[in-house]
Design a protein around this ligand. Sequence first.
Ligand SMILES: Nc1nc2c(ncn2[C@@H]2O[C@H](COP(=O)(O)OP(=O)(O)O)[C@@H](O)[C@H]2O)c(=O)[nH]1
Ligand SMILES: [Mg+2]
Length: 192
Amino acid sequence: MAMVSTADFNWKIICGGAGGVGKTTFLFRYLTNQFVANTSLTVGVQLHSQTIERQGKKIGLIIWDLGGQERFRFLQDSYMKGASAGIVFFDISNLGSLLQVKDWVAMFRKFASPSIPILLVGTKLDIAEEQMHLQSEKEALVLVKQLDLIGYLPSSSKLGKNIEAVIYTVVDLLVVQKLSGRQAGTIGGITN
Ligand SMILES: Nc1nc2c(ncn2[C@@H]2O[C@H](COP(=O)(O)OP(=O)(O)O)[C@@H](O)[C@H]2O)c(=O)[nH]1
Ligand SMILES: [Mg+2]
């Protein structure tokens, strides 16, 4: 992968979470500002690249959409290498999907870096009942603390809620870490 660019930083962000929680839909919404109701099953890994500007810095991003399906797991270890940050998704309308969060966090730390910053994101806020919002937030915040994640954000790709906020939260943290000279959770890789 050629990363010839004039960006100040080039970062790889990896996305994980149970199949069907809305990872592909989220990334599609982020990149195109459109909601598609029928994304086909993500086969293995898809990647999207873009350049954004945050805090006066030009940042080249490569966002990797890891398939949640068990049968593609074998592909995934090497794709996590060199990642600077991770996003783990679960479905607010299906709290069973929270059970897989721990595994994804463990994989990111094992194959990317033990100190990789990871944001927890709830999806499909629009179809979850009010009581689920509260319940999911409570459980998500427990996980954030337990697993030492950088935070939690509820989102809806349908409503376009907290889509950019998710990406910017991660990127802004990396920028701050970089500028303050702290390790941005990566070992070599594509990070400048
Ligand atoms: N109502 C609603 N449905 C969503 C949302 N995000 C994803 N979905 C639906 O959830 C299903 C699975 O989404 P997908 O992105 O393929 O999940 P992935 O396996 O995690 O990539 C699709 O039918 C999406 O349309 C959302 O924010 N609101
Ligand atoms: Mg997918």
